[in-house]
Design a protein around this ligand. Structure first.
Ligand code: ADP
Length: 323
């Protein structure tokens, strides 16, 4: 294999650039050229790519987002469009492809492999940490740290004025960001899509806590919580008890920013493993993390499973320590 491609697809996540850097530089050690496709599968379909050499990935390890751009490419669901993309790859002498993205991006990669024999490897990159077969995805640790720091800032005003905050974090179907942020920020409540705590239970807990003399509370809510995100939860709780509150939606701030050390390390180790797998002729795998070590898992298994269940022991712990 003398030439491979890399693309970032789906939602961007901090650490994607560190992975691109690792891929390019590891490939260089194997005497392999790397091209970077622009804007995910759109670039693959249009043949829009640029050569990436060691210098072109300098000074990106610390940058959030993705230097290649990303997109959601509706056309790529069509078999004829994937056939065109595969033909373009052959014509350009590109034999392998590393796809950095989530579950959906991996489905696209698998189809390319199964239908056209393209040698693919996936790297899980999504802030939601909702990919089966890996303990961590690129961007999750950064998103949790961003949300935690925002809550630390809210705590100052919350405690000074006695105002309660309902803070909405990202996660339409996965409560991972809410759970880890809630634990790290010492939240009084954590509401996630995987569980259904009725607002009356939360209101009772807050009431008991007020009775014990606690002046203000931070409640972390996943955007996908069935009560309607932080606004929905706050209004339902306010109907049940007399409470001064504000709602803060952290939104896309959680997607951006410089990746944490952990995300850069995962990105680097996964990028190296992905290139080594392609060189070794081990195709159709995902380079993820298990027991904090970079590990290959078949992509077919990854997309066949729903992501791991929410870590409810962490939720119980957060509530036990809420005070
Ligand atoms: P993520 O990779 O973060 O899960 P999406 O589910 O939006 O994000 O998928 C990203 C892109 O991957 C889609 O826009 C599409 O181009 C491609 N993709 C997703 N699912 C499939 C599929 N079943 N077949 C082909 N391509 C797919």
């Amino acid at each position: 294999m003398q030439r491979i491609g890399v693309l970032t697809s789906g939602g961007d996540a901090p650490g994607m650039n560190a992975a691109i850097r690792a891929i390019v530089r590891r490939a260089w050690h194997h005497d392999i050229e790397v091209v970077g496709y622009e804007d995910g599968y759109s670039g693959l379909v249009e043949g829009a790519y640029r050569e990436l050499d060691n210098r072109s990935v300098g000074n990106v390890i610390q940058r959030g987002g993705t230097i290649l751009g990303t997109s959601r490419c509706a056309e790529f669901y069509r078999p004829d469009v994937r056939a065109l993309a595969a033909q373009r790859m052959v014509a350009d002498g590109i034999k392998g492809l590393v796809v950095i993205g989530g579950d959906g991006s991996f489905r696209g990669a698998l189809e390319l492999a199964e239908e056209h024999g393209v040698a693919v490897c996936g790297i899980p990159g999504t802030i939601d940490n909702d990919v089966w077969g890996t303990e961590e995805t690129l961007g999750f640790d950064t998103a949790v740290n961003t949300a935690m720091q925002a809550i630390d800032a809210l705590r100052d005003t919350s405690e000074s004025t006695g105002t309660n905050f309902f803070v909405e974090v990202m996660g339409r179907t996965s409560g991972a960001i809410a759970l880890y942020t809630g634990l790290a920020a010492g939240a009084a409540g954590v509401l996630i899509p995987e569980t259904s705590e009725p607002p009356i239970e939360l209101a009772k807990r807050l009431q008991r806590s007020i009775g014990r003399g606690k002046r203000s509370h931070i409640v972390v809510v996943s955007e996908g919580d069935e009560a309607g995100g932080a606004f929905g939860v706050a209004h339902q709780v306010a109907e049940l008890m007399d409470i001064e509150f504000r709602v803060t939606v952290l939104g896309h701030t959680q997607r951006g920013g410089s990746p944490t050390a952990r995300d850069r390390i995962i990105a680097t180790e996964s990028g190296v493993l992905a290139v080594d797998a392609l060189v070794a002729g081990t195709y159709g795998m995902m380079a993820g993390m298990q027991h904090r070590e970079p590990t290959l898992v078949p992509l077919a298994d990854v997309v066949a499973h729903r992501h791991s269940e929410a870590e409810l022991d962490k939720l119980r712990l957060a509530m036990e320590l809420a005070g």
